[in-house]
Design a protein around this ligand. Structure first.
Ligand code: P53
Length: 476
């Protein structure tokens, strides 16, 4: 008997813009991912004004899944996946975002992809918006600063729900909607919300406005989806990096509470359908007179999510910085290094037990099923002279996390739907645009400069994960 449920969803996760390529094919429009250059650890990706000659845009070709999907899905079946989490590129369906009619060629691509998956018993798990909104909506409307986005998104969601209602059951609305809590940097506001800040703007206020519109759009989508197919399971998607108090100093503890509120209130609204009191008071104290209508508040109550999808890579830690009774959190300044955990080459703190902590935090607060839709270890892989890749470090990372996930089920009774490790086929890093920050069980021959044959091969972790799935998580 295994600890995990019998129909546990074992999968792998990717996002359209990070693997598909074919950025200008099949009638696809330019997305926000198409105007981001390659970066590195400590070197942010640049956001250019449209697609410029001579720049390296890693997402344009990515790993060319657009043309390789049949052979790739066959490999996924060989790996033993019973689900595959990907996203629908909004720009394949509505190239500019504001068209009246969808692009049939884009819709057909996902029909073909989902059919190919279902042929092997692999269930598609779909994110509607994963860092890839139409760039036209940024230049013409200012992205999610604009209320009009709600209608554009709701329409996109409706078209997808109607088209794929018999092929997809598990959906998510916005990927890692809470990344933008880090509004000091340019990356998250742009990838989450298509927002480019002007000099002197109040970034924080704009972030809260955009997040509000997204939460309303998400709620509308949940309602629409349930009307189209009552069996749909529609979740939110939260980037969960729990924020520990640096010490047992009560002030550090309270700082961690406040930081968790600022980073995870998005989940409160998604799940409960209303703003938590601490957030209402915060917005009032800051004097942010946001555009929040009575109808919005009603919409929120009618679009509560069915489950919580979340990513888990790392934990954070925080110290009080003498901010007084408000304990206001500033993500770009307040986090400190945790001396008890190691970090990856990209500075991500490795903390398997933090996954169990995070699952408990969600469960205590919401009592909804959880779905771990991303977890993984970005590392540089070396190819041995005989062509093999011995990625034991990746196996060690994932094994430790799966153990903690199982303990959360066994000891804490947490209802868990499934587990889809991130980037199980190598793809373009979201944060840095690099290829060399690899997560895969499947190697893809391509480097940061865009050179390579795109040939796929199995790493050591491929066989390991295959056996994990086969044993329903018993053989790690
Ligand atoms: P990369 C930051 C913190 C946690 C998750 O990230 C994050 C990010 C953004 O970089 O993103 C998620 O590729 C995201 C994926 C992304 C993955 O984590 O920067 O949902 O699109 O690829 C890993 O190493």
């Amino acid at each position: 008997m295994s600890i995990l449920r019998e129909n546990f969803l074992w999968g792998g996760a990717v996002a359209a813009h990070q693997l598909e390529g074919g950025w200008d094919q099949g009638g696809k429009g330019i997305s926000v991912a198409d105007v981001m250059t390659v970066g590195a650890h400590g070197v942010p990706r640049r956001i250019t004004d449209g697609v410029l000659q001579g720049e390296n845009y890693p997402n344009h070709e990515a790993i060319d899944f657009y043309h390789h999907y049949k052979e790739d899905v066959k490999l996924f079946a060989d790996l033993g996946l019973n689900c595959f989490r990907t996203s629908i590129a909004w720009t394949r369906i509505f190239p500019n975002g504001d068209e009246v009619e969808p692009n049939e060629e884009g819709l057909q691509f996902y029909d073909d992809l989902f059919d190919e998956c279902l042929k092997y018993g692999i269930e598609p798990v779909i994110t509607l918006s994963h860092f890839e909104m139409p760039y036209h909506l940024v230049t013409e409307y200012g992205g999610w600063r604009n209320r009009k986005m709600i209608d554009f998104f709701a329409k996109f969601a409706r078209v997808c729900f109607e088209r794929y209602k018999d092929k997809v059951t598990y959906w998510m609305t916005f990927n890692e909607i809470n990344n933008q809590a880090n509004y000091a940097e340019d990356f998250a506001p742009f990838t989450n919300s298509g927002i480019k800040y002007q000099e002197g703007e109040d970034r924080e206020k704009i972030m809260y406005q955009a997040a509000h519109y997204e939460l309303v759009a998400s709620a509308q989508a949940v309602k629409i989806g349930h009307e189209i197919n009552p069996d749909f399971q529609i979740g939110c998607m939260i980037a969960m990096c729990p924020i520990y108090p640096y010490s047992c100093d009560p002030k550090d503890m309270m700082m961690s509470v406040s930081a968790m509120q600022k980073r995870y209130w998005f989940t409160d609204v998604h799940v409960r359908g209303h703003y938590p009191s601490f957030m209402e008071n915060y917005l009032a104290r800051k004097g942010f007179d946001l555009d929040i209508t009575e109808q919005d508040l009603t919409d929120l109550t009618h679009g509560c999510v069915d489950y919580i999808g979340f990513s888990y890579y790392m934990s954070f830690a925080i110290k009080d910085h003498d901010k007084g009774p408000a304990f206001d959190y500033d993500e770009s300044q307040d986090l400190v290094k945790n001396p008890y955990v190691e970090a990856s080459d990209w500075g991500w703190q490795i903390d398997p037990l933090g996954l169990r902590y995070a699952m408990n935090w969600f469960n205590e607060r919401y009592e909804l099923p959880l779905f771990i839709v991303e977890n993984g270890f970005g590392a540089i892989d070396e190819i041995e002279p005989d062509g093999t890749i011995n990625d034991q470090y990746r196996i060690d990372y994932l094994k430790a996390h799966i153990e903690m996930m199982k303990e959360a089920v066994e000891f804490d009774g947490i209802p868990l739907i499934g587990y889809t490790p991130w980037g199980f086929i190598d793809l373009v890093s979201a944060g840095t645009g690099e290829m060399k920050k690899r997560y895969g069980f499947i190697y893809v021959d391509k480097d940061n400069e865009g050179q390579g044959t795109l040939k796929r091969s199995k790493k050591k972790s491929f066989d390991w994960y295959q056996q994990v799935i086969k044993s329903n998580g018993e053989e790690l």
